[in-house]
Write a protein that binds this ligand. Structure first.
Ligand code: NDP
Length: 248
């Protein structure tokens, strides 16, 4: 098994891509600490699903956009699990609008949840990974952070920011054998994309050379590659997982 006995923190794993990453890692023997904003029914269900695979798993209520909350989350995981080997910064939101109609709140919420959270969580785990002299940080970006998108200037800015932040951390952490990579999904079918109108979804699919949305597990498999020693000489990589979309 590729991650036997390791511990991963996955933010935003109560559903969607984060849940698939948690399950994929757990199938490889990895212990899983994950969070959502509240200890919801969905969190309890994922926790039970993971524990049934015979690994240590626990869901935590944490707002990763809040510095103190992220610090408390990581401290609790370190106390409960004893070590942290992998961090997947997956939690993310959208609040779409054209720039001329976008409110300050829409901008701040999206950048706070998607980008500041990556800073908060990286700050919190960095001393532990540094002491261990090994670690893998995987940040979930988006093809929208590379190419931009209509009505998503806030989201695109947050995801482009993740790329710059990750490449800087990759340089700072490389000598301690801590790798930092970015996985940029294209159009992946989840609850988040369920909110998008059907006509728009059809248009998106028509522009994908593979003519279909990706699955959450297709993103999780790429995260597994970056988490494991299969990618031991890769850092600062930005990898689109998008069915061949041209401008990604
Ligand atoms: P979902 O909306 O399905 O899930 C988002 C997760 O993030 C939930 O578990 C939610 O937990 C959690 N979350 C949101 N805000 C916070 C917060 N402040 N603190 C802690 N947890 C939080 O999203 P997806 O699975 O679709 O997306 C996952 C990631 O992939 C995101 O970063 C997204 O931007 C990115 N992405 C998705 C694409 C897609 O097509 N789906 C395409 C490209 C990128 P809860 O609600 O329980 O608090």
């Amino acid at each position: 098994m590729l991650l036997q006995g390791q511990t991963a923190i996955i933010t935003g794993a109560t559903r969607g891509i984060g849940r698939s990453i948690a399950l994929r890692f757990a199938h490889e023997g990895c212990n899983i600490a994950f969070c959502g904003r509240t200890r919801s029914e969905a969190m309890l269900a994922v926790e039970a699903e993971l524990q049934a695979l015979g690994i240590q798993a626990r869901g935590y209520a944490a707002d990763v956009a809040d510095y103190a909350s992220a610090q408390a989350f990581v401290q609790a995981v370190a106390a409960d699990f004893g070590r942290i080997d992998i961090l997947v910064n997956n939690a993310g939101i959208t609040a779409d609008a054209a720039v001329k109609r976008m409110t300050e709140t829409q901008f701040d919420q999206v950048v706070g949840t998607n980008l500041k959270s990556v800073f908060c969580m990286t700050k919190a785990v960095q001393p532990l990974l540094w002491k261990q002299g090994k670690g893998s940080i995987i940040n979930i970006g988006s093809v929208v952070g590379i190419a931009g998108n209509y009505n998503q200037a806030n989201y695109a800015a947050s995801k482009a920011g993740i790329i710059g932040f990750s490449k800087s951390c990759a340089k700072e952490f490389a000598a301690r054998n801590i790798r930092v990579n970015v996985v940029c999904p294209g159009f992946i079918a989840t609850e988040m994309t369920d909110q998008v109108p059907k006509e728009l979804l059809d248009t998106w699919c028509s522009r994908i050379p593979m003519k279909r949305p990706g699955t959450t597990d297709e993103v999780a498999q790429v995260c597994l590659f970056f988490a494991s020693d299969m990618s031991s000489y890769l850092t600062s990589v930005v990898l689109p997982v998008c069915g061949g979309m041209e401008d990604a």
